[in-house]
Design a protein around this ligand. Structure first.
Ligand code: GTP
Ligand code: SPV
Ligand code: MN
Length: 629
């Protein structure tokens, strides 16, 4: 430890989020029994004693210089941005080219989710199940308390009240995040409904359900980086990181890991899914939810612009990452718990995703992209020629000849969903939107056809449970390796995956009008390693078939793996750059590849031990048998 310190390897450099706010802005000094807001900025009082007690506890432990209760106001935001600029937590961008937008650089050792340091802390290991890192709650609390002891000395502790979900939804959850990072506060303001609204919803009931999240940067040292979830306590503690997915505790930690645990207990679903609306020229609208693993196309699909040939069709976004779904009238109804998009930047262009480009034109917090000489942002895949010179995501000089990438492959934007030109009008509806189809998908260079449809809910659950994808830069570790990622929830299911599969099967039984279930693969490659399918807007052609299936007006081939469109079932009018042979390759089910696939399914289930419901083993046997018949 000493040695490392001396070498300074893990010590934060120039761009840092560790400075304190000057005294004149201090809202409250120790001790904190009667938490009251400063005159002028903010005027809410959290009336719930349980929150006050908890904040006081964390204060005693971390010993911050100041406590700053966030109210979510404009004024507060302006103030925090000004402080962040002064302290180099943010870099101001060109007001003409990127109005009200800022660049943040995270520590180079801290640029993605860390699955190896993410823990589910349940009383027994079995509750966390075979896919999660488990650690014993009491021991973990005591280890984390050790790390947090005095951790905010000389620093400001921010208390961020927020809600997840539309304000009037029965699904909506309350959270409080304590953090010592201004970047986190500014991001939470974009990503959640923050401030006053949460305090009001909490009310005075001492038994009200709310999530307690504690985050501290510590010294941003990977050896002291832990993202710990305590589902039974509705609590999260995250230390040692400043990267989005690890520290915006509303998102993966609450909305998915704790969320999935609560969902099972309370009879709903918390899923890593986008939600989109699709309207036909005749004005008939359907909603679709789709689970693709991290960096596999959710944001892009949720903002899709149909090709010219699909004149009159319109796609709108309800959500781009997370869906909370409940059962009503025998159907699934979905809400997006978030208020903004935390999206992958590289590859985003006016060609691939014009709606995302419009969304991030202003009011955007960029992380780890490149900075041009005229204070604009740049990344690989942006429209136009690369700049002759830029500062890369690490803060070093960069030219087009540089070996390094200018933007980190997992560089991100945080932007309010209000900026999305195709935001769905129902996005605030607390009842949610009725889901006609659920789509699973991943990055698969072979085996998986462009699209196929499950025979029924149970078969669809099997398809989700066995789906796989090549790994991406969204999490640290090797990229491009095929791994099973059930329902795109492998890193996000907060309890035993066997119970999660069971919950899916049971949910299906409660649905009288279940959504149809599909699997897609935009990433199949030809023998020479090129994508066979153009993707992006052209994915409308697949979505069109899916909608036609929901309407019962289009045919398919019944194959061993499910219903697959015949060439004539897909509208390929004016599709450029895909030959009929390529189309056949895209839709092909290769028996040999599927033998291996089925045996990989079996191996995966074996690796999970005895937790997999027997219905799913039966599904595999049926699948294998269909290949033989
Ligand atoms: P998370 O935010 O990590 O959950 O990712 P996501 O699932 O929202 O993925 P996103 O839409 O941001 O896409 C990730 C990467 O995949 C980007 O580099 C996109 O350019 C690329 N991508 C998205 N859709 C397609 C597609 O249809 N075809 C191809 N070839 N690439 C795509
Ligand atoms: C993902 O990795 O699936 C994301 C980005 O959506 S993060 O919030 O960092 O997890
Ligand atoms: Mn995601």
């Amino acid at each position: 430890m000493e040695k490392r310190r001396k070498r300074g390897k893990f010590v934060l450099r120039a761009i840092d989020d560790t400075n304190i706010i000057p005294d004149r802005y201090v809202f409250m000094n120790n001790p904190a029994p009667a938490i009251s807001p400063p005159a002028g900025i903010g005027d809410h009082k959290p009336a719930n004693q349980a929150v006050l007690d908890w904040v006081h506890e964390v204060e005693q432990l971390t010993q911050p210089e100041n406590i700053f209760w966030c109210d979510g106001s404009e004024r507060e935001n302006d103030f925090l941005i000004a402080e962040s600029l002064k302290q180099n937590v943010l870099i101001r961008l060109n007001e003409k080219k990127a109005p009200r937008s800022y660049l943040h650089r995270s520590n180079p050792n801290d640029v993605a989710r860390v699955e190896q340091f993410t823990f589910i802390c349940t009383p027994t290991k079995a509750e966390a199940g075979p896919t999660n890192n488990w650690s014993e709650p009491a021991e973990t609390y005591s280890k984390l308390q050790g790390l947090l002891k005095g951790a905010m000395r000389g620093r400001t502790m921010f208390v961020v009240p927020y809600i997840m979900g539309p304000p009037d939804s029965p699904l909506t959850k309350i959270g409080f995040e304590i953090t010592d990072s201004k970047y986190v506060v500014l991001s939470m303001r974009i990503m959640t409904r923050m401030g006053e609204i949460a305090v009001k919803r909490l009310g005075h009931d001492p038994k009200a359900e709310w999530n307690r999240g504690v985050h501290s940067l510590l010294d941003v040292n990977p050896e002291r980086r832990f993202i710990c979830h305590f589902p039974q306590d509705n609590a999260i503690i995250s230390v040692g990181s400043g990267y989005g997915g690890n520290v915006l505790l509303s998102k993966k930690c609450l909305a998915l890991r704790i969320g999935s645990y609560l969902a099972r207990k309370q009879g709903w679903l918390a899923e890593h899914m986008l939600i989109l609306g699709v309207e036909s020229p005749a004005g008939k609208k359907h909603y679709v939810a789709a689970a693709f693993p991290s960096a596999c196309g959710k944001t892009n699909f949720a903002m899709l612009i149909p090709p010219k040939h699909f004149a009159g069709w319109k796609v709108t976004t309800v959500g781009d990452d997370i869906a909370w779904m409940q059962i009503r009238d025998g159907r699934l109804w979905a809400v997006n718990p978030e208020n903004g998009y935390f999206g992958v930047v590289p590859g985003t262009s006016c060609k691939s995703n014009p709606n995302a480009m419009k969304s991030i034109e202003r009011d955007t917090l960029y992380t780890n992209v490149a900075l041009t000489d005229d204070s604009d942002v740049w990344w690989e895949g942006k429209d136009g020629a690369p700049p002759k010179h830029a500062i890369d995501w690490r803060g070093n000089d960069w030219t087009p000849d540089s070996k390094e990438k200018a933007a980190h492959p997992n560089s991100r934007f945080a932007t309010p969903m209000r900026n999305n030109p195709v935001l769905d009008p129902q996005v605030e509806d607390g009842n949610g939107v009725p889901i006609s189809a659920i789509i699973f998908g991943g990055r698969r260079s072979g085996t998986m056809p462009l699209v196929f449809q499950a025979f029924d809910w149970e078969h669809g659950t099997y398809i989700g449970a066995t789906m796989a994808s090549e790994t991406t830069a969204a999490a640290t570790g090797a990229v491009g390796q095929v791994r099973r990622d059930p329902m795109a929830m492998l890193p996000f299911c907060g309890y035993n995956i066997g119970d999660y599969f069971r919950h899916w099967l049971e949910t299906g039984k409660r649905l009288t009008k279940p959504p149809l279930i599909f699997h897609v693969n935009w990433f199949r490659k030809s023998a020479d390693g090129k994508f066979l399918w153009p993707g992006f807007g052209d994915n409308m052609r697949v979505l069109g078939w899916i909608i036609d299936r929901c309407e019962g007006r289009v045919g398919a081939n019944e194959s061993a793996i499910g219903h697959i469109p015949r060439l004539q079932d897909l509208d390929l009018g004016e599709l450029r750059g895909v030959t009929p042979n390529q189309m056949r390759e895209l839709l092909n089910v290769n028996a040999e590849e599927w033998q291996k696939e089925i045996s990989d399914h079996a191996k995966f289930f074996e690796s999970l031990g005895s937790v997999v419901p027997k219905e799913l083993d039966k599904q595999r046997e049926n699948l294998a048998a269909r290949f033989k018949s």
